[in-house]
Design a protein around this ligand. Structure first.
Ligand SMILES: [Fe+2]
Length: 376
């Protein structure tokens, strides 16, 4: 595979020992596209349990195409993140705070003392912005020349997301098209293509707190392309612990990126639509492990989200338990806004707290020699 040994992608190896890792199942895209019933069952079982799997893209030309696009996205992401001044990046606005949906625009979670993005920065390209035609959507000059690649990446990702969703329909005993019709490329939905940049720390050591604290995604499906480690999952997925709360440290497992594979996870929208028959995978993102920590990390993420007008209530099906009580379902837009706002506030709070602690530590360290001199 082209790029397989490129230092930009793999600046250091994922540690081969000493880490608690989780060996996710590997699903073949070719088998899914060919309607292999056993592979379909495996996807359903994964959705009923851990909620994460490797999708082997090398098995089909469609997979190789999206892999190539993901590599291009990595190059674009690295280039613009490293070379575009912060003020210029900020000309690509996110939605107003009351909307909350982080489906478009540039965001830096923290700025360091020298005025540079710290811990995590990202840009989002709105699927609806490029395909729904319901808004005057324009990319900023620093991204506009890449619009064709963004469009192709979003379109091909949407095909893969819908391939997976279509496989679940008969197993959930819901009519054909029940899920895929909610995830059309051209429907306003809040779906996005995202590039994340985790700058390396100044001292090359891992951050004490994960830049992305524990959460479940406010999407139906997410497809992650990552080359360095960082993602951790908790297979225990303890239902008694809130989405944003830490699990027991021993329950967090590293997920090693596999060349040629994307990482797929089910999001919370699927757990609502199936009343938890399909479970969202809880995860967090830490500094990369081992030697990889010395290098900045870029990852590329695509999402499938239900169309904005979808009522977020479980499908009627003999295999989906029906909730008791009043039907006070939100639309996917209302549900998504609320969920993203909460997650984002939690991520922001965690990062600001960690950044403040870091500054306090540095100040303390800087003051120490002077105190010694003063007392000498
Ligand atoms: Fe996530």
């Amino acid at each position: 595979m082209e790029y397989a040994n490129d230092k930009d992608f793999y600046p250091a190896p994922f540690p081969s020992s000493g880490l608690q890792t989780f060996d996710l199942q590997r699903i073949s895209l070719a088998k899914l596209l060919n309607g292999d019933p056993q592979e379909g069952k495996r996807v359903f079982n994964i959705g009923s349990n851990d909620g994460f799997f490797y999708l082997d893209l090398t098995t089909h030309a469609k997979g190789l195409q999206i892999l190539e696009l993901a590599h291009k996205m990595h190059h674009i992401g690295k280039g613009v993140m490293e070379n575009t001044p912060l003020e210029e990046k900020r000309t690509f606005p996110i939605r107003p705070a009351y909307v909350g949906l982080l489906d478009t625009g540039y965001k830096a979670l923290c700025i360091d003392k020298d005025g540079n993005p710290d811990r995590l920065e990202m840009f989002n390209i709105s699927q609806a912005g490029l395909f729904a035609g319901n808004e005057d959507y324009k990319l900023p000059p620093w991204l506009a020349s890449h619009e064709t690649i963004f469009r192709t990446m979003i379109r091909e990702s949407n095909n893969i997301h819908n391939t997976i969703l279509a496989i679940l329909e008969p197993q959930l005993q819901i009519p054909t098209g029940s899920l895929t019709s909610l995830h059309r490329l051209t429907s306003p939905s809040g779906a996005w293509l995202r590039v994340l940049h985790y700058p390396a720390t100044a001292d090359g050591k891992p951050l004490p707190n994960p830049p992305t604290p524990p959460h479940k995604d406010a999407v139906s499906l997410a497809m992650l392309f990552a080359w360095q480690g960082g993602l951790q999952i908790t297979p225990a997925n303890n239902p008694n612990i809130a989405d944003h709360e830490e699990e027991d440290p021993k329950d967090w497992y590293w997920v090693a990126p596999q060349p040629g594979c994307a990482l797929i996870n089910f999001g919370d929208a699927m757990s609502v639509l199936t009343n938890n028959v399909i479970k969202a995978g809880k995860h967090r993102v830490c500094s990369p492990p081992g030697e990889q920590c010395k290098y900045s990390r870029i990852s590329v993420l695509t999402s499938a989200r239900p169309a904005e007008t979808t009522m977020m209530r479980p499908f009627k099906s003999p295999v989906i338990p029906q909730p008791a009580g009043n039907d006070d379902a939100l639309t996917a837009l209302q549900w998504g806004m609320e969920k993203v706002r909460k997650t984002l506030a939690n991520v922001q709070r965690g990062n600001e707290k960690a950044a403040a602690e870091q500054i306090a530590k540095e100040k303390e360290a800087a003051a120490r020699p002077q105190l010694l001199v003063a007392s000498a």
